[in-house]
Design a protein around this ligand. Sequence first.
Ligand code: DAH
Length: 371
Amino acid sequence: MAYIVPKLTDFSPAALDAAVQQLLSALNQESSAIASENDWKAYRDRWMARKNGVLTQLNDLWLKAAPGPNKKDVGQRVNELKGKVEQTVEDTLAHLMSDAASYRLAAERLDVTLPGIRRTIGAEHPVIKTMNEMIGVFRNLGFSVEEGPEVETDFYNFEALNFPPNHPARDTQDTLFIAGQSEKPLRDRLLLRTHTSPVQIRTMQKMKPPVRVVCPGKVHRNDAPDATHSPIFHQIEGLAVDTNITFCDLKGTLDHAMKAMFGSNVKTRFYPSFFPFTEPSADVQISCIFCDGKGTRDGGPCRNCKASGWIELLGCGMVDPNVYGFVDYDASKYSGFAFGMGVERIAILKYGVDDIQLFFNGDIRFLEQFS
Ligand code: DAH
């Protein structure tokens, strides 16, 4: 029940004492019930508002009503009460605030002795790591990096690379075709690129010689997965076109790259081969890194090179002049070389991995060995 200021008729000290006591106990009781800032504001106004607050009422109902001889005593008591009310109202607010602060402190309590959460740092996938390492080797030789789309047109994947329509060389590519393309002209039909060589064409359409680029990326083939095949794998393509580029430049560049990748003891060998977009073409073999090119290991034939001492690693050649016809390069003025290598194959050799599927299964016990 809210306190109501009584109208005084008895102004004897005993009666005044009682009235003051009653007022103070009401003041304290109301103070202890306050739980929010809004409660407190209402409390303050009830007791201290100029218009009709308890203090104002004391003036009217007690002081002004007091007969002359009692005025001084009542005046003193009312003054004291004024001080007490103001003090109590102020203390009530301070109390409320310190309660709120300690609630917040309790809620935000932090146990600094709890063990922390350790998040392990991710690492490059061994295929990407190998790819970046290889790119680094060519960057140091002045090559820059170009990329192209994985969904390609027949034109870029085949035609401009000198695989004419229906040419049997297309059969070597085990192509995955995108469905519903038969209404389009052949060269616009979509497929999943089978090699990174289309980026050669896209690059030559974009820039004039001198061109020196490597093109890393994912490629797709209709191959059943086994220890040496995967329907998705990665290649790095290389292309250099300028005036007076010769087969010697190709040999020197790849010999250097293989030594940078596998160690300076490694030898390279260029073996005649065929690709539609290079002429002449070659397969590059490196001396076997497992038996040092000897062909024998631990008293028996080396299994890694089938006792030959050589491991076949990549394809290359001098850019076929027919290709320049598709990109408006003057074949009488420019010459160039190209190469393409499988990244997984290099990683397999470099790290001694015996199953290509390990790269794609996502087994953390395998992958973390490369971090
Ligand atoms: N694109 C070929 C393939 O995946 C690899 C290749 C061979 C790329 C010779 C070249 C090259 O640039 O000159 O089968």
